[in-house]
Design a protein around this ligand. Structure first.
Ligand code: GAL
Length: 985
């Protein structure tokens, strides 16, 4: 999450970045000429294995998806976009939950992810931190760090000793999987956004800690990482330039879900100048570029955010950064995933959907298809990689408010790309105008034929090319956008698109007279003009028009929505067999062997396939079944496929047999907390020193996530009638307080407050009587630590102050608990963050296999009649056939506004935290692999009522979000059963 202070800093920095500084010094070239094994670079782009490449990447966080098999699903979807890379963060706090003990096992093993990336044909950018941000718990920093004195994210020796073992451990895994060792990793990034710095007193420090940077690079080297390193500066501020290739990030659309589109800022134009000012000898690299947005407690929900951050955002802002000749572009996030098991920072909730192109339930949004059009174009346009922006034209007064940047290929000295966009994309203006372009035959004003205009709707941008070679075909210019082109058996197939009803023009340099033969679509939509050197066609874009220009050129002119159906597979992952497939929802893989082209993918309705492939492909299969096709009038093959999505029965969770126990035994008179941790520290490493007689900060005792319980034992002086406290839990936290078994009250929480000063009236205590004050508090995750040198992630969870009114009792002791075992957590398979401190969870009753037959029958729809915590369990079976992908979610229906909180455990995995009165999330996707699609499942719920009137769920349903044929086969994540927990309490 971007903290407020960061935003303020960004505003100042944005000003600074407009004026490029000329300080190219400091770039560490590890080997002469930037050579780095098989990954090198020059001032334009990276090269992999000697080939100049555009790095088009999408960010995915393996830790937000605990089903190893599903990585391949997501990565195949990323590959099918036309992207060639994924970027990942690694979350230190998860894998070293206990200091010195690394958990790279099971779902935390990175190897299956790297293997899946390789299998999908993607390179990887590895970004292990130590600090990552990413709206994650502690921003990646481990909870035990709360007990490490002093500043973090600088060269403080205590901090250095803390991170070095981690970087050494993760670094070796990265090194093993780097491209020079046959793995997919091509680039590594130490730290993240090392751009803002703080002094111990909280004042801003203008200087980065270069010693810290040096230590990090030394540690990367020491672990054997030899691929190039990049940084991710939060703006073009020239920080951490000692990496090999300077990079930065940008989130140009902002994060205003309340005001979709109208809140968009004008697209920035200073990236290229800014980047050249800092690092003129390396490619313009945007290591994170907005692919969606985060949302916070009490927020709008990702469907609403998507209205702001959908396909229009990609058309406006992605195309804008192409105008800055961006040659490494990583879309953050391409797939967000889930903050399962308390992995969020307090600024977010269970879903990390992010409004990304691939939704949390792994279904594809329209934005996905828009990105696919753009990425495919760049991948067949090598001159883009050596182009630089030249003239910027603006037409602010001619009735249109248009910005046009001309990119000129400095190396090839022939091609130009015109990036044409709305200067004010937040306004709703449809523009129609003429464009003046430079070509090899001189300046032209286009469109040329008739009275046609170049059309640019609001929230749109277009790329116009000149002198563009599509294989042997020289396109003089095209106002239609190119999605791809391929030379197949000597014929060049060019796929062009625009919005329905727009007219577009393509002019080809050709000295031979060519017959314009409309083989599909209406010939009335096509006009043309042939001269001795050019053939210019104008097409009014309708669903699909296919035009042959002699035997060797075939043009597809399609509308945008139809263009979405086309895929450019990387056949056999070798990129040497030219194929274009019109297909359905998703084309995953294409293999060519013998004479058969074997396609795999997903469909969600009747799908028309068209195979545009060499004639040597004579048979076609779809997911292993023969695809019957007919020859089209232009030599391609067309077939139809009817999707089969069988009906399945899924249980009605409102009606399954629910069992229940009380999960707050702590407030009964006989409760024994002798096994709890005694809060007996009198020193805290925290900068905020409390007034309490003993330290009451949970992390100081090793509890970093989930619910925390406090029990203060007192002997009354007599007359105590008020209990006051200052307690902190993170945004949207809540707590309830009991005096022995008497409920005193709750703070039910609100989106913003992360702390609360409470005052609770006591029934006056009798002299000498014993009282236990029990406090159940929510822990919303550790804070992030955005500034280098700050200690914000240590923000305490617990009490910094308490006092009594009437009289002051004698403190006997304070006890606390969080998850069983704290840092020595009980469940290695599901990790340290998964469990919270509620009684039933400490006991392991959330796990499958526990015998609840002796529990009472009660449904969460009945709930509690007063404050307290119920714990429910139910089992159900699923039997979903193979060959389909039916993503499911647990839905709670509409919010009621009552104060209650639910944590959902599915087969022991915490997959959702529902806060009815704060929201916004009401639907919780649970992936296959966590849900057992073929057999028994256990669902467990904690229901914490913070109201005198009690609480019950309005409804609970397991829903199928979408029915898709295809998918991949999924092995369930390990879900160890309940075993009696010795020493649990
Ligand atoms: C960036 C940061 C990411 C993430 C993003 C917002 O500034 O590098 O980690 O927090 O903002 O989603």
């Amino acid at each position: 999450m971007v903290s407020f202070s960061k935003i303020a800093l960004l505003a100042v920095a944005a000003q600074a970045a407009i004026i490029p500084t000329d300080s190219p010094a400091g770039l560490r070239i590890r080997q002469a000429g930037g050579s780095q094994g098989t990954v090198t670079w020059d001032k334009y782009s990276f090269y992999v294995n000697g080939e100049r490449v555009m790095i088009y990447s999408g960010e995915v966080h393996p830790f937000r998806n605990p089903v190893q098999d599903l990585h391949l699903d997501v990565l195949q979807k990323v590959k099918a976009l036309g992207f060639n890379t994924v970027s990942i963060y690694v979350h230190w706090g998860i894998v070293e939950y206990e200091r010195g003990k690394f958990n790279w096992d099971g779902v935390f093993d990175l190897q299956p992810f790297f293997d899946a990336a390789k299998a999908a044909g993607l390179w990887v950018i590895a970004r292990p931190g130590p600090y990552i941000n990413g709206e994650s718990a502690g921003g990646g920093l481990p909870g035990w760090g709360s007990r490490v004195e002093g500043q973090w994210r600088n060269s403080n020796a205590n901090y250095t000793a803390a991170w070095q073992p981690y970087i050494n451990s993760v670094g070796k895994i990265i090194a093993k999987n780097q491209i020079t060792n046959g793995g997919p990793i091509i680039i590594a990034q130490p730290e993240n956004e090392y751009s803002g710095f703080m002094n111990p007193d909280g004042s801003l420090n203008p200087d980065e800690d270069k010693e810290y940077e040096r230590l990090l690079l030394e540690a990367f080297d020491g672990a054997g990482i030899t691929i190039p390193t990049v940084c991710n500066d939060a703006w073009i501020g020239g920080h951490f330039t000692s990496v090999d290739v300077y990079g930065y990030d940008n989130y140009p659309a902002g994060f205003d879900c309340a005001n979709p589109i109208t809140s968009w800022p004008d697209p920035p134009e200073w990236f290229y100048g800014g980047q050249r000012g800092v690092a003129p000898n390396t490619p313009n690299s945007i290591v994170e570029f907005q692919g969606g947005g985060f949302d916070s407690w009490g927020g709008y929900g990702f469907e609403q955010c998507y209205k702001d951050l959908g396909p229009e955002m990609v058309r406006v802002y992605n195309k804008n950064v192409y105008a800055s000749a961006t040659h490494l572009l990583n879309v953050y996030m391409i797939y967000g995933g889930t903050n399962w098991g308390h992995l969020s920072n307090p600024g977010g909730y269970s879903s990390y959907d992010y409004g990304a192109a691939i939704a949390e339930d792994r279904t594809l949004r329209e934005k996905y298809y828009e990105l696919k059009l753009q990425a495919n174009f760049l991948m067949v346009s090598p001159a883009y990689l050596t182009s630089a922006p030249g003239e910027v034209q603006k037409f602010p007064t001619s009735g249109s408010n248009i910005t046009i940047t001309e990119l000129w290929d400095e190396v090839g000295q022939k091609q130009r790309f015109y990036i044409i966009r709305q200067t004010k994309p937040q306004e709703f203006i449809n523009s129609a105008f003429k464009v003046t372009i430079n070509t090899s035959v001189g300046q032209l004003t286009v469109p040329q034929l008739g009275n046609a205009a170049y059309v640019l709707p609001s929230q749109d941008s277009k790329i116009l090319v000149t002198d563009y070679p599509a294989g042997p075909v020289n396109i003089l210019y095209s106002t239609l956008e190119i999605m791809t082109w391929k030379v197949i058996d000597g014929r060049t197939v060019i796929l062009l698109y625009a919005n329905t009803g727009e007219s577009g023009e393509i002019s080809i340099l050709t000295s031979t007279s060519r017959k314009v033969d409309v083989r599909r679509g209406k010939s009335s939509t096509v006009t043309f003009k042939q001269t001795s050197s050019t053939l210019t066609l104008q097409v009014v874009v309708d669903h699909e028009t296919v035009i042959a220009l002699g035997d060797d050129i075939l043009l597809y002119v399609v509308d945008r929505v139809n263009a979405y159906n086309f895929w450019v597979p990387d056949v056999n992952l070798k990129q040497d067999i030219p194929v274009i497939i019109k297909g359905g929802y998703l084309l995953r893989t294409t293999k060519f062997s013998g004479n058969t082209l074997a396609l795999t993918g997903d469909t969600n309705g009747t799908t028309v396939f068209e195979v545009i492939a060499p004639k040597s492909a004579q048979a076609y299969t779809w997911n292993g079944q023969r695809l019957d096709t007919d020859l089209t009038r232009y030599g391609t093959q067309e077939g139809r496929y009817r999707t089969k999505t069988p009906r399945v029965d899924i249980p009605d969770l409102g009606r399954v047999k629910w069992k229940y126990i009380n999960s707050l035994p702590e407030v009964s008179a006989s409760y024994d907390d002798s096994k709890w941790v005694t809060a007996d520290h009198t020193y805290t490493w925290n900068k905020i020193k409390p007034t309490t007689p003993v330290i009451l900060y949970a992390s100081d005792y090793g509890f970093h996530s989930g619910n925390i319980l406090w029990r203060g034992h007192f002997t009354a002086t007599g007359g105590e009638n008020l209990f006051n406290l200052t307690i902190q839990g993170g945004n949207a936290f809540a707590y309830s307080v009991w005096d022995n078994d008497k409920y005193l009250g709750s703070f039910t929480g609100a989106p913003a407050p992360s702390a609360h000063n409470g005052s609770y009236t006591l029934t006056p205590w009798a002299k000498g009587s014993n009282h236990v004050l029990t406090i159940l508090q929510d822990h919303m995750g550790l804070e992030q630590n955005w500034f280098g040198g700050e200690e914000n992630f240590k923000s305490f969870r617990g009490l910094s102050d308490y006092s009594f009114g009437g009289a002051t009792p004698t403190l006997k002791m304070w006890k606390l608990t969080g998850n069983l075992g704290g840092e020595k957590f009980a469940d290695w398979a599901r990790g340290g963050y998964n469990e919270g401190g509620l009684y039933a969870v400490r006991k392991g009753y959330h796990l499958p296999g526990f015998d609840d037959s002796k529990w009472v029958s009660k449904s969460p729809l009945k709930g509690l009649t007063g404050p307290g915590v119920d714990f429910y369990r139910a089992t159900f079976t699923l039997n979903i056939p193979d060959g389909v992908d039916y993503p499911m979610a647990i839905d709670f229906g509409a919010r009621t506004g009552n104060s209650y909180r639910v944590e959902i455990y599915v087969n022991g995995w915490q997959f959702g935290k529902y806060v009815d009165d704060i929201g916004p999330q009401t639907s919780f996707p649970v992936p296959q692999g966590i849900l057992n699609y073929k057999g028994e499942n256990t669902i467990a719920l904690s229901l914490w009522s913070l109201e005198d009137s009690g609480a019950a769920l309005e409804s609970i349903d397991l829903v199928i979000r979408k029915q898709i044929e295809g998918g991949i086969s999924v092995t369930n994540s390990p879900a160890p059963n309940y075993m009696e927990r010795a020493n649990s309490y």
